[in-house]
Write a protein that binds this ligand. Structure first.
Ligand code: DHE
Length: 584
């Protein structure tokens, strides 16, 4: 079943949608002043839940400090890390939001802070009080908390990493050949976010082969170049390494690389396959290169330093996406707050050579073009995409996508009927999809420019997807406040893109899943290895039924629904072959 939906231009989202990224059940009552500018992109900010759980003490008191009990300070600290630190920073020195250090907060005073938290601001601060997200007492407590110095979370260096490091099955005790009959290249590692697990699901039979415990609020999976090892990272910065050759694939090593983290990758350059893994942390701001067989931590590098343009010091620049180059023995590490893209040469870890590329602030997610040579990464809060030539090690372009808050995931590569090879990104803040030319040789006039803007179902999109064999581009919108939109996927026919305003069809994925309870969101398409099926997660609240819906890419019809009580909050899906070979 499919139908057309009228095209809408820009659709800004209510702040309620933001909370849904992390808690799909809660839809706070809205009583917003009309001028608030908080949309989906403003609210799609990291929730530093692991940091919020740390036990903290009130830092040394100063004369005039507000009265606060230790338990109030602890509660306020938890709320700060879950809801505020994503924008205002762990140390309150500011990121996309303003700095909230005590020199500033004390100048403004208690009443100003209380009103600001209650009503929000047109610049993007949510109205925590009037939205019902925080009670009056909580707002009062947060205003007092901000008048006290922040409690700096602990560092996490080599002693802490080594203490957390476990080799569960030593390399010598692992199988010397594949011991199962699983078609590993067509296996999907599926994030079960709130369960802290991944499900390994067979791409042909849809059978759940096994469920593996991983880190808290598990985030993404990446695969070693050979396809043998699967690496999973949780938001608590726990990395779990799984051997897919074992009779039943299971963990062979684990480590914690910090307190908060989001990204993991493995070495892919010829001759260096499976040699190293790298993980990046939000806190402390650092990355670590690890042995690819055991996760032994080898080298930790801090990302603290100067912001690329103003050259002022930033104390906590988070590591966002990491990608392995196919052209050099290098990892491409994107440092959010300083706006630097680091090319880390792992051929000599002892004498580490790092090329530092000035790009743009707030780098987030991205992927390679179809040749694997160019890396395109969104500086999402700046509405831009930076393009790095991984062969030459230079910034090739920095362009505006024309939409609000690009969020490509790894993006989508296809051959446009008019403009040749392009890479696509959708946007969190509006319904546009930007198609960027990626062929400087064959289509020099179009290279690194937005050649076409498509209009999809609405704002709140997180991921686009296609496959080299597919004739379609899929665009989700899980953060859109309209249940019909967040429960569907838009599909553009690539051949139609020669028209000025190509239409799309909308697939009612939640309806196909047959889930009546809750307001599940459809998130992240992922193709099977052959490229004839695309899988979507139907992401419901943790205590409600979720599912994975498999769509036939040729007919755009429902092919299969995977349901199982163990499929709790499925979100990202990583097909082993497509992930290791960067097919997207
Ligand atoms: Fe993600 C990728 C950070 C919330 C699902 N996410 C990424 C990457 C980063 C990131 C830096 C790129 C990793 C890489 O390529 O190395 N994500 C963040 C956040 O900071 C944020 C906004 C808030 C947070 O507190 O974590 C966030 N992410 C989410 C979700 O709520 C999602 C939708 C559901 C979930 O499981 O958590 C989510 N993020 C994903 C997925 C990818 C991802 C599925 C990988 C996409 C791919 O195709 O590779």
């Amino acid at each position: 079943m499919k139908f057309l939906r009228p095209k809408s231009k820009t659709l800004l989202l209510a702040s309620a949608a933001m909370a849904l990224a992390f808690n799909v059940q809660s839809l706070p009552a809205q009583e917003k002043p009309a001028d608030h500018g908080d949309d989906a992109s403003a609210a799609y900010q990291p929730s530093m839940t692991t940091l919020g759980q740390l036990q903290v003490e009130i830092p040394g008191r100063k004369p005039g400090d507000p009265v606060m009990t230790p338990s109030e300070y602890q509660n306020a600290n938890t709320i700060y890390f879950e809801r505020c630190a994503g924008c205002h920073g762990v140390l309150r020195k500011g990121a996309t939001g303003k700095a909230l250090t005590t020199d500033i907060t004390r100048e403004n005073g208690f009443e100003y802070l209380r009103d600001f938290i209650t009503y929000g601001s047109p610049a993007g601060m949510p109205n925590w009080g009037t939205s019902g997200d925080l009670t009056e007492d909580e707002v009062d407590m947060m205003a007092r908390y901000l008048l006290l110095d922040p409690a700096a979370p602990p560092e996490f260096g080599m002693p802490e990493m080594r203490a957390s490091w476990k080799v569960i099955v030593a390399p010598a005790d692992r199988p010397t050949k594949k011991m199962n009959d699983i078609d590993i290249d067509n296996l999907f590692s599926v994030t079960l976010r709130d369960a802290g697990q991944v499900a390994l699901i067979d791409g042909a039979s849809y059978e759940i082969k096994t469920i593996i415990d991983t880190g808290y609020a598990v985030h993404i999976s990446r695969i070693s170049a050979s396809g043998r090892y699967l690496f999973v990272i949780g938001r608590d910065a726990k990395v779990v390494m799984v051997d897919l050759w074992m009779e039943t694939p299971g963990p062979v090593a684990e480590i914690k690389v910090g307190t908060e983290a989001r990204s993991i990758e493995t070495s892919k350059f010829e001759g260096w396959e499976d040699k190293y893994a790298i993980a990046g942390a939000y806190w402390p701001p650092q990355y670590v290169i690890m042995d690819g067989d055991t996760l032994e931590p080898l080298k930790i590098e801090s990302t603290r330093g100067m912001i690329y343009d103003e050259q002022t010091y930033h104390p906590e620049p988070r590591v966002a996406s990491i990608l392995a180059s196919h052209f050099k023995p290098e990892f491409i590490v994107n440092v959010k707050e300083t706006g630097k893209i680091l090319l880390i040469d792992y051929s000599d870890v002892k004498n580490l050579a790092v090329t530092e590329i000035e790009a743009e602030r707030f780098l987030h997610d991205g992927g390679l073009d179809s040749t694997g040579r160019y890396f395109l990464v969104a500086a999402n809060a700046r509405g831009k995409v930076a393009v790095v030539d991984t062969k030459e090690g230079v910034l090739t372009a920095l362009l505006e996508t024309g939409g609000q808050t690009p969020h490509p995931g790894r993006g989508a590569n296809f051959v446009h009927p008019t403009y040749g090879p392009v890479w696509a990104t959708s946007h969190l803040g509006d319904d546009t999809v930007a198609l960027i030319g990626t062929d400087p040789e064959g289509h020099p006039d179009q290279a690194w420019t937005v050649v076409q803007q498509l209009y999809s179902m609405g704002g709140g999109s997180l991921f686009v997807k296609t496959h080299p064999t597919s004739a379609h581009l899929y665009v989700d919108a899980p953060l859109n406040p309209d249940a019909e939109i967040s429960g569907s996927v838009a599909v553009f026919n690539i051949a139609d893109m020669s028209q000025d305003e190509p239409e799309f069809v909308e697939l009612p994925i939640v309806e196909w899943a047959g889930i009546a309870e809750g307001q599940p969101r459809v998130v992240q398409g992922e193709f099977n290895q052959q490229g004839n099926e695309v899988w979507f997660s139907v992401w419901n609240a943790a205590d409600l039924e979720s599912a994975i819906v498999v769509v036939d890419d040729k007919t755009l019809e429902l092919k299969h629904v995977i349901k199982d009580p163990r499929l709790i909050t499925p979100t990202g899906k990583f097909n082993v072959y497509n992930t290791r070979a960067d097919v997207y």
